[in-house]
Design a protein around this ligand. Sequence first.
Ligand code: NAD
Length: 411
Amino acid sequence: MRSFDATSFYFNRAADMMDLSDNIRRLLVTPKREVQVQVAVERDNGEIHTYLGYRVQHDDSRGPMKGGLRYHADVDLDEVRSLAALMTWKTAVVNLPYGGAKGGIAVNPALLSLRELEQITRKFVDGIHDLIGPDMDIPAPDMGTNGEVMAWFMNQYAKYHGFSPACVTGKPVELYGLPGREEATGRGVGIFTVKLLSRLGRKPAETRVALQGFGNVGSHAAKFLSEADMKVVAISDASGGYYRPGGLDVAGMLKHAREHRGSLAGYAEAEKVTNEELLRLDVELLIPAALGGVLTKNNAADIKAGVIVEAANSPTWPEADAIFDERGIVVLPDILANAGGVTASYFEWVQNKQHYSWGLNRVRQELDRALADSFEAVWELAVSRKVSLRTAAYILGIGRVGRATILGGIA
Ligand code: NAD
């Protein structure tokens, strides 16, 4: 199964429970536009390298399209298409006035110098600048990109269209960014986790956590969860997993990563495990916060956690999801669990448009309130329709997008 098939499977499962004709289903799953561009740059050694960049604009019936920009070796059109569709349902679940989009370049950023990374970013903007913009499609950081990349993005876009800080979000705070945007996805994961545990009658102090991924999302989630009294016993990144049954020193790991270009490689205060072993550890809560497709039919029966919070996009293949349902494992789906990031991006975009900025406390207050409302809406729907949280989130999202599509018309 490929990424877009998985997203479409979840869409169809929810659509089966709604009054949606085949024609409307086809309209809602079909991306509005897909673009592939050549990204040719001169490497530091003088060689010319040509990469492929993608932007998929899935749906704009509820507003300008919104979605991250991923730099990773495995990026391809199918993955970007799937992530773009997820953004359509996600922005609708948290009721932001946005549609969904996603972009990516098939490149491993860890193998590039900063100059090369900047060139790649600027070349990508050269290729797509006419198709994006503050009222059309607004990129943001995702795996392999960060505030610095967004700053280059904004600067290159301005060369064509003039000053437009709202053309991209997740910018550095010093350059029209939002205090609290960087932490927002991980913070949101933490807020949702606390709410979910409370609904399930589980105590944070009795919750051992295994977390895969220690980048933007994973590191902020780990910090929030450990401060919320949970025992984070395992954390991994691309260098492997680190396990301490008595609880990891999360602050120490954050410091180690800060001092080693974001990597945990060389961290010696824990037992080493593989990324695959981490998923199967004896814990109460599992949080995939790195790659997609890590929970499959091959490992689903061995997962010991009773609760899974999908901080990553698309970590669970449908076969694994079915096994989790059967086993009574509660899964908080990506289109809700990691929506803190796009919600804070929305605040950044609104402020850029108004040339007015909020402080961190206001951002956190607004974020926490917006996420709490979305969690309650999905939870209530799951209870009343007797469906999983994933199906409930899809029903909510598809319903909102479907109504906007019908109201707006397609003429
Ligand atoms: P990031 O680039 O900041 O960090 C990625 C992390 O994953 C790093 O710790 C890296 O070492 C680790 N990793 C890479 N390959 C791995 C592997 N094979 N096994 C285990 N770990 C591996 O990315 P991020 O922004 O934290 O994004 C992580 C996930 O969260 C992605 O699925 C992304 O789509 C999703 N997400 C991100 C945001 C955001 O605001 N950044 C918002 C919503 C969803």
